[in-house]
Design a protein around this ligand. Structure first.
Ligand SMILES: Cc1cc2nc3c(=O)[nH]c(=O)nc-3n(C[C@H](O)[C@H](O)[C@H](O)COP(=O)(O)OP(=O)(O)OC[C@H]3O[C@@H](n4cnc5c(N)ncnc54)[C@H](O)[C@@H]3O)c2cc1C
Length: 415
């Protein structure tokens, strides 16, 4: 083999297809441990595959050195991704506001099928149920141990993913394959994941979902703020806004900081919010406090919200003191939920951390330690925000590695 790609996920498929398209003479094989390609891809975007975002830039990426993404994004960015998929038959559909790009059919299976068809049409070999257990390099050739068979290859692209969503096949085993070659990995943590929090009356609020501003408060200081759907669950908060805060929140939580997840239910200062409440009370002074909150808060959270702030939901508007209205106003301007933990990799969309990027060239994704060894996608210490950034990283890094392999590897028979 000329090129062996370990992992048939987003980054691996992109690397294999790019290498073969740019240098059709090469023998390229994708080694996938599952009996199908792109198992995780199928789960993306709630089955719709949010494959890039109209708002693109390095600021949406994280890791020890987020600037590592710069060259890849320049070489193969958002527009290239959209064009690439159009050429595979995937028309884009852009969600208004968020800039998220999905296939027009809103089906992630379309992306997996389009990539699989292209791999086959270009003559890339695909080996299923082919888990790479070990790699060695001897006399300039890599030897990949697949258990019952061994495979020789001139170049290897490691695209085994991170640790998130292990049922999809990426369970963190890929790090070890690179560590054996002297590469180092950072500490890893689940990211884009639901946060556990103290939620009063969690059962009755479970399932409530609405877009709000969310602030991350660490040791009483606001350190981040995001806008997005907030979903109350039985043991915490989820939704895109929370997922985006999760990276920073988990990191600080593990450092022993006291974390509050602040949901901003009403976006005005306290005085204006109190005035707004006074107006509502004056208009309907015989209504109960519960009734007075209808139209302001989702129905399921009205009673838990009032009781959390010490307000009797049955009290009539005219019985409510100005002090109580101020208390409600304060709660509307920011309802704080103390973070108590986070869900594990099973529920995470990505991994924060991975193989240190200083061991790889940002221009080619090739190892600085072992010639012909490349790493792409989530296995590296790069993770993106919610919104198509993790897949963009998989496409961009896969493309750059594929092009480099196509340039560097020469097709001749391995003896
Ligand atoms: C539920 C969910 C929803 C998501 N939604 C989005 C979204 O909408 N937009 C977005 O941008 N990102 C999303 N992500 C993140 C995104 O899917 C990943 O970041 C991306 O798929 C990583 O691509 P990858 O190719 O690096 O790894 P993966 O897609 O994980 O692929 C790695 C592949 O390698 C295989 N493999 C592992 N080890 C071996 C081995 N030793 N030998 C052979 N094969 C091996 C695995 O089976 C797997 O198929 C989501 C993630 C999850 C879990």
């Amino acid at each position: 083999m000329d090129v062996a790609v370990i992992g048939g996920g987003a980054a691996g498929m992109m690397a294999a297809l790019t290498a073969k398209s740019a240098n059709p003479q090469l023998d390229v094989v994708v080694l996938e441990r599952n009996n199908r390609l792109g198992k995780k891809l199928l789960a993306t975007g709630n089955g719709r595959c949010n494959y890039t975002n109209m708002n693109m830039g390095p600021e949406f990426f994280h890791g020890g050195n987020p600037e590592f993404v710069l060259q890849s994004l320049k070489r193969f960015g958002r527009d290239d991704t959209i064009r690439f998929f159009e050429n595979l038959g995937i028309e884009p559909w852009v969600e208004e506001g968020s800039g998220k790009v999905f296939p027009y059919s809103r089906q992630s299976s379309a992306v997996v099928e389009a990539l699989t068809m292209a791999l086959i049409e270009h003559g890339v070999k695909i080996e299923y149920n082919a888990k790479v257990l070990n790699i060695n390099k001897e006399n300039g050739l890599f030897e990949l141990d697949l258990g019952d068979v061994k495979l020789k290859s001139k170049a290897v692209v490691l695209a085994a993913g991170g640790s998130a969503h292990p049922a999809s096949g990426s369970d963190g085993n890929g790090y070890e394959l690179a560590i054996k070659f002297g590469h180092r990995a950072t500490t890893i943590l689940p990211s884009l994941v639901q946060l556990k929090a103290e939620i009063p009356a969690a059962k009755s609020m479970d399932g409530t979902k609405l877009a709000y501003w969310l602030a991350l408060i660490a040791n009483r200081k606001e350190v981040d703020r995001r806008y997005g759907d907030v979903l109350w669950t039985a043991d915490g908060l989820s939704g895109p806004g929370i997922l985006d805060l999760s990276r920073e929140a988990i990191h600080r939580y593990n450092n022993g900081e006291q974390i509050l997840l602040r949901v901003i239910l009403w976006e005005q200062d306290r005085q204006k919010t109190t005035d707004m409440l006074m107006k509502r009370v004056k208009l309907h002074e015989n209504r109960s406090m519960e009734e007075l909150m209808i139209g302001l808060l989702p129905k399921k959270i009205i009673i838990p919200f009032l009781s959390f702030h010490g307000i009797d939901s049955n009290a009539k508007g005219l019985e409510i003191s100005r002090k109580d209205l101020q208390k409600i106003a304060q709660g509307l301007c920011g309802w704080d939920f103390p973070m108590t933990g986070y869900r594990d990799y099973v529920f995470a969309q990505t991994t924060a951390g991975g193989l240190r990027t200083d061991g790889f060239s940002p221009a080619t994704m090739e190892s600085e330690l072992v010639k012909g060894f490349y790493a792409v996608g989530e296995v590296l210490d790069i993770d993106g925000d919610c919104g198509g950034y993790n897949l963009q990283w998989a496409w961009s890094s896969g493309y750059v590695a594929g092009m480099s392999v196509a340039r560097e590897v020469k097709h001749d028979t391995i003896k």
